[in-house]
Design a protein around this ligand. Structure first.
Ligand code: MRU
Length: 346
């Protein structure tokens, strides 16, 4: 019996539990985890059991609602103290995606502005609204994106910005799902995405599951498939976009963007509008998460494959310059980097 029914995260309000698919087990095992433990929630995001910018934002909202509804007290001061702790602490576990901070701030403000008797219900309702909003936003991104694709087009994507990275549909893969609904067949080339293999494990899994023609390639094969004329467009997701359009996404994305420019292939970044961080002038101000070297030297190998003394640099994200981006596909429409300023006050 599935509680999530195809979604990636959810809120079991009857039992007051946050629910998520443990993505570290995919594709070999599908497991839904129910929790009301902050330690388990923090660990789930830190270790990428729940990952992908929109998914971690919504999940954080659900977690806050669960944790506050679990409290025995109804005293506003005590609740706000707990809310303040959770929101500040949770934000630190993955610094690059703006969605985590966005969701936690929204939850904190809701709690702070609620009447004492309504705080718990209001937080629960806001978390449920975040789930619905994410689904609606991603569907819209899919509809705008599908308009840019033709039947039998072939798309390259990096990392996983599909349904497993949001509640449903995803961002970069949403146009492919919507195109399929419209009777169009889009072929996808999925970069494996070293070192954590989100492309190989997750993108391949969800696209094959949806019956989409999917070809898995090593990250260093992207240039070769573009040179052979096999790619019509690149679609990627993103974690944070500065005011000038510089975009942080999974490590390796900027290399794909440079290649796309070289081969004259449109490069689209698909994202909820809330991924714009207008407080940042440019990409150099985006904090890039750095993860442990073991992910590079040991993961996926039977035994450590690199010499013991070698140093590692395991940047989880990189920044793609705005000049390499054709457009952002958002729920508000398709926005060119040069048009961002126009949208800032909308
Ligand atoms: O480290 P991850 O797996 O959370 O990284 C995910 C990505 O980089 C995605 O492309 C991004 O979060 C957008 S997901 C719609």
């Amino acid at each position: 019996m599935s509680f999530l029914n195809g979604d990636t995260v959810g809120y079991d309000t009857e039992n007051n539990k946050a629910v998520f698919i443990d993505q570290t087990l995919l594709p070999s095992k599908y497991e839904e985890v129910f929790t009301d433990s902050y330690t388990e929630m923090y660990d789930a995001v830190k270790t990428l059991k729940v990952r992908g910018a929109p998914a971690i934002g919504v999940f954080a909202g659900i977690c806050v609602a669960v944790l506050i509804n679990k409290l025995k007290t109804n005293d506003k001061e005590e609740i706000i103290k707990e809310l303040d702790f959770i929101c500040n602490d949770f934000e630190k576990c993955r610094p690059t995606a703006v969605n985590l901070r966005w969701a936690l701030h929204k939850m904190f403000d809701e709690g702070k502005n609620s009447e004492p008797a309504k705080i718990k219900d209001n937080l629960k309702n806001l978390a449920l609204k975040m789930i619905d909003d994410d689904i609606a936003v991603c569907r819209k991104i899919g509809e705008y994106g599908a308009e840019l694709l033709k039947d039998k087009n072939s798309v390259l994507t990096h990392c996983n910005a599909g349904r497993l990275a949001a509640v449903r549909y995803g961002t970069a893969l949403a146009p492919i799902y919507i195109a399929k609904e419209q009777g169009h067949n889009i072929r996808v080339f999925a970069d494996e995405t070293r070192p954590l293999l989100q492309g190989a494990r997750l993108t391949s899994f969800e696209l094959c599951d949806a019956g989409i023609d999917t070809t898995l390639i090593c990250d260093n094969t992207a240039s070769a498939v573009m040179a052979r004329g096999l790619i019509d467009a690149v679609l990627v997701g993103c974690d944070r976009v500065a005011k000038n359009g510089d975009t942080a996404n999974k490590i390796g994305t900027s290399a794909v963007a440079v290649l796309a420019k070289h081969y004259g292939i449109p490069f689209y970044v698909c994202m909820p509008f809330s991924t714009f961080d207008f407080s940042l002038e440019n990409g150099s101000q985006i904090i890039i998460e750095e993860r442990e070297g073991l992910e590079v030297t040991d993961y996926w190998y039977k035994e450590r494959m690199a010499p013991g003394k070698v140093k590692t640099m395991n940047l989880a994200f990189d920044v793609t310059e705005a000049s390499l981006i054709t457009a952002f596909i958002t729920e508000k429409g398709v926005i060119k980097p040069s048009e961002i300023k126009k949208y800032m006050s909308i």
